[in-house]
Design a protein around this ligand. Structure first.
Ligand SMILES: Cc1cc2nc3c(=O)[nH]c(=O)nc-3n(C[C@H](O)[C@H](O)[C@H](O)COP(=O)(O)OP(=O)(O)OC[C@H]3O[C@@H](n4cnc5c(N)ncnc54)[C@H](O)[C@@H]3O)c2cc1C
Length: 437
């Protein structure tokens, strides 16, 4: 006997994790995925880092100057394509407004709590389900090449330390001792921060392994099944319409990545989520040839993550609408990252079978995901995780299941609610809400 039958729209990290958490909470669950398999969109080849250490939204104070400075530069870490501007207008104004220091810091703290909770849940799931996904547990190492950025990063670590963040600043010599691969660029670095509690792992392997465990537990996962609309009756979500017909459900969860915005708009529900494109490059390496830690390079806004016999380089943000063209200049930027972090690897890896990829991050305007109820009874949402969707997947799903089932939430859900008042956040009034245990 289940508590109800939940339909989850979307078979990416957010949808599959939601399915597991809801199944654990006692619901019958059906996942509907329009593609031929799970995790073929944004969850396919991301950077692979699980980083409570990077909870900061991308709209840091001063982001508008950066966007202007980088306008039209093909190799810019954050690139706004002028022809895509109309598609980002309303969202973009909110994105810029949320870069006000108070809003930015409030989002950072709320994200940190969700990230830390999420990693805790993920470790439990990994053990309980025996999931294998090229897990790395040595933490991340963030390297810095200019003193001002290093100082600012150390200050941010100190600000989050009372919430539980552990980060150890290292000088270049100590950095190279911890990560011998960086010895040859030691002279370029001013320092690094080691975050020992971060993890890494392959999101695609995770999704595939989770799918197998879900199906073994009786969760239905229907691929090649695109949801056209959510059906409402007397103001309540009662199921979804697909090409194959109506699928009834007691609740509907929209976890459709950046496509969620349109699905929700069809029900009169508004979320401020837009696609922000990112690139990755997967390179085969010999065991032991890559770094021991996941590395992040602040100056290049990109990461390099060892995932078993794959080295994953990822990063860059492009505001270019729904365009999924693989642009050579952006892929080149990732090769440059490799050369900047390990000139030896850049010379020796086999470039011929490297796999470039790009995906669309579901980015919310204020840098926090939307998790929980909508104004439509029975209709829930779990999306908008942007650059943190892997890190926050398990925790967001657990929080969603707690909210849907009426169980006391493990962390304060209000910063992630649809009803959050961004204006209050801009004025810093979100802070008292965070007193929740
Ligand atoms: C280059 C890059 C690097 C990244 N690196 C990291 C990282 O290192 N760490 C981290 O934490 N995060 C990272 N991210 C972010 C993370 O990958 C995303 O936030 C996450 O994958 C989003 O998952 P999702 O399930 O919301 O979306 P998706 O994976 O896109 O899943 C949504 C699914 O919904 C389906 N769908 C949509 N509409 C419908 C419909 N109408 N009917 C049925 N199905 C539908 C889609 O087909 C899709 O499969 C990165 C992202 C990118 C692009």
């Amino acid at each position: 006997m289940t508590r109800g039958d939940v339909i989850v729209i979307g078979g990416g990290l957010a949808g599959l994790a939601s399915a597991y958490a809801l199944h654990e909470a006692g619901y019958g669950v059906t996942v509907l995925e329009r593609r031929e398999d799970v995790a073929l969109e944004t969850s396919f080849a991301n950077g692979g880092i699980l980083t409570p250490s990077m909870p900061d939204p991308w709209n840091a104070p001063g982001v508008h100057w950066q966007l202007l400075r980088w306008l039209g530069r093909e190799d810019a870490p954050m690139l706004l394509r002028p022809r895509a501007i109309p598609g980002y207008l309303g969202w973009g104004l909110r994105f810029l407004a949320a870069s006000a220091p108070r809003s930015y810091h409030a989002s950072m703290r709320a994200n940190y709590r969700l990230c830390a909770y999420s990693l805790e849940r993920l470790r439990q799931w990994r053990v309980a389900l025996g999931l294998e996904y090229a897990v790395g547990t040595l933490g991340t190492l963030e390297v810095y090449r200019d003193p001002a950025s290093f100082e600012q990063a150390v200050a941010e670590v100190r600000a989050l330390a009372p919430l539980g963040l552990v980060g150890e600043p290292l000088d270049p010599a100590a950095t190279a001792r911890l990560e011998p691969l960086l010895d040859e660029i030691r002279g370029d670095l001013v320092g690094a921060i080691h975050f020992p509690r971060d993890e890494s792992g392959d999101a695609l392997l995770f999704c595939r392994a989770l799918r197998a465990r879900l199906e073994a537990r009786g969760v239905r996962i229907l691929v090649n099944t695109a949801v056209r609309t959510v059906r409402l009756s007397a103001g309540r979500a009662v199921g979804v319409e697909t090409a194959g017909g109506f699928v009834p459900g007691s609740h509907v969860v929209v976890a459709g990545g950046p496509w969620s915005t349109a699905l929700l708009a069809g029900c009169g529900v508004r979320v401020h989520v837009r696609p922000v494109k990112g690139y990755s490059l997967s390179i085969r390496i010999d065991p032991g040839a890559g770094p021991r830690h996941a590395l992040s390079d602040d100056s290049l806004h990109a990461v390099m993550t060892p995932l078993g016999s794959t080295l994953r380089l990822a990063g860059t943000a492009e505001f270019s609408g729904w365009d999924l063209t693989l642009r050579p200049a952006r892929v080149q930027a990732l090769w440059r990252l490799l050369a900047a972090l390990s000139p030896t690897l850049a010379r020796t890896v086999d470039r011929s079978d490297a796999q470039p990829w790009c995906g669309l991050r579901p980015m919310s305007a204020d840098g926090r995901p939307y998790i929980g109820a909508t104004p439509v009874a029975g209709l829930y949402v779990n999306t908008g995780h942007g650059h943190l969707g892997w890190t926050q997947a398990a925790g967001s799903a657990a929080l969603l299941a707690q909210l849907l089932s009426g169980t006391p939430p493990a962390i304060d859900p209000r910063p992630f609610a649809l009803t959050r008042n961004e204006r209050r956040a801009w004025r810093g009034e979100i802070q008292p809400l965070e007193q929740h245990p």
